[in-house]
Ligand binder design. Structure first.
Ligand code: PLP
Length: 464
């Protein structure tokens, strides 16, 4: 069999990909016909493809390459660890240094008494862990009926059957069904759903839906509330300032566990180590993945407070993954955390990159297509609209306009994603001001081209 390499012609690689590779979140038949783009190398914030194009990755892969691509230190650590101890598990009575060291480091970085880590292969598995963990917690406290988890519509908590049920993506529920004991409330998306309320009033109203749901379901039945500090895959939805303090008050009042899904927000994305610090909330459990290893190795986990760890530890916890605390992934994650810390990357976000990005991002509202522009640290979104004054939606099928815009970005060698008719970015945290300038050249060019195409196709119409 011929060896498949980066040096093969793109068309051959595309044909092999179409013949054998099923892509996640894709209509694979259509994808095979359109042809995929073959990424061959990456450095910093830049990707190269098999045609020799240089692409600015404004999504940091899937929101994960926080330290940027191409850091040799991580490759060296991985090779060293693979030689020394490529694998051993942490079930039963064994452990190893990479898992011990990473758990200790995470306990040091995490706020409050979040001192205990249960490792998983990624964010979905970690959220599955959380479902079992909060139910075990209440069972061990003698309250097995306290087992309902409240989540939010449009939340993304992963792709396994458990974590997707926890999430609020209707399309995923339609494909795999729900699991019992999960209840969804509305998200705090003022632009799309705020009506005549001002944002702060709306934030309070949406937070109080949690209280209403608890009262409806019964205080003695609700185990936990889970949310992303900033909803990511739902469209970078930043809650109004009134939202999180009210959520914290309600969780405290009704004695329900607060789970913060930090898979995107963690490890510097919002300008602090964790998004909960930016939002001023105190979770009992944090889900982590992505920026934990900057995507260099698959690893995730749940960081758990003293009380929850103590209670679930009373009995056997019937849960774990072959790769929980995988030594190579743990060693890579530890090296990634060293780089984030020693190179002051979070200070760079707070003092340099995020303020510079914010000024330019918010100025995008001068573009005819752009309604609101939201940003927290290094994650940002714009709402595309045919009429800013009325916050109108487009008459076309939701996502049509976002897709046109995303394709324009793609052709301009800029990776930006669309969620419906919102455009989002989440670049590597190490992006420089000069690279931000270059990103905005491409964003504005893409928006102008998208506008021309939308007008040409007669799509600049508001939904009635
Ligand atoms: N939670 C959040 C907030 C996410 O954004 C994601 C992935 O995008 C996940 C969980 C799932 O993580 P993974 O894809 O590593 O399973």
């Amino acid at each position: 069999m011929a060896t498949i390499t980066n040096h093969m012609p793109t068309a051959e690689l595309q044909a092999l990909d179409a013949a054998h590779h099923l892509h996640p979140f894709s209509a694979n038949n259509a994808l095979g016909e359109e042809g995929t783009r073959v990424i061959t190398r990456a450095r910093g914030v830049w990707l190269n493809d098999s045609e020799g194009e240089e692409i600015l990755d404004a999504m940091a892969g899937l929101w994960c390459v926080n330290i940027g691509y191409g850091r040799d230190e991580l490759a060296e650590v991985a090779a060293r660890q693979m030689r020394e101890l490529p694998y051993y598990n942490t079930f039963f009575k064994t452990t190893h240094v990479p898992a011990i060291a990473l758990a200790q480091k995470l306990a040091e970085l995490a706020p409050g008494d979040l001192n205990h880590v249960f490792f998983a292969g990624g964010g979905s598995e970690a959220n599955d862990t959380n479902i079992r963990m909060v139910r075990t917690y209440w069972q061990n406290k003698g309250k097995p009926e306290k087992n309902v988890i409240i989540s939010r519509k449009n939340a993304y908590h992963g792709s396994t059957v458990g974590s997707s049920a926890l999430g609020g993506m209707a399309g995923m529920h339609a494909q795999s069904g729900m699991i019992p004991g999960v209840h969804h409330i509305n998200q705090p998306n003022w632009w799309a759903e705020g009506g005549d309320m001002d944002p702060e009033e709306f934030g309070l109203a949406r937070a109080r839906e949690l209280e209403e749901a608890i009262q409806e379901l019964g205080e003695d039945r609700v185990a936990a509330f889970i949310a992303e500090p900033v909803q990511g895959a739902g469209g970078v939805i930043v809650a109004p300032d009134s939202y999180w303090p009210e959520i914290q008050r309600i969780c405290d009042k009704y004695d329900i566990l607060l789970i913060a899904d930090e898979v995107i927000c963690g490890f510097g994305r919002t300008g602090n180590w964790f998004g909960t610090q930016t939002m001023g909330i105190r979770p009992h459990i944090m889900t982590i993945a992505k920026g934990l290893s900057s995507g260099y190795a698959p690893i995730g986990g749940s960081i758990v407070c003293d009380e929850v760890a103590h209670v679930i530890g009373k009995d056997e916890f019937n849960h774990g993954y072959t790769y929980s605390g995988h030594p190579v992934a743990a060693a890579v994650a530890l090296e990634n955390l060293r780089i984030l810390e020693e190179e002051n990357i979070i200070d760079h976000v707070r003092n340099v990159a995020a303020p510079y990005l914010k000024e330019k991002w918010e100025a995008l509202t001068d573009h005819p297509l752009v309604g609101e522009a939201k940003i927290v640290g290094m994650m940002a979104s714009i709402a595309l609209t045919p009429d800013k004054a009325s916050r109108a939606k487009f008459a076309s099928e939701p996502g049509t306009i976002g897709y046109i815009c995303r394709e324009r970005c793609f052709r301009n060698n800029l990776i930006m994603r669309h969620v419906g008719d919102r455009m989002i970015i989440s670049p590597p945290l190490v992006i420089t001001p000069a690279e931000i300038d270059e990103m905005f050249v491409r964003i504005r060019r893409s928006l102008d081209e998208a506008q021309a195409e939308i007008e040409k196709q007669g799509l600049m119409k508001s939904a009635s």
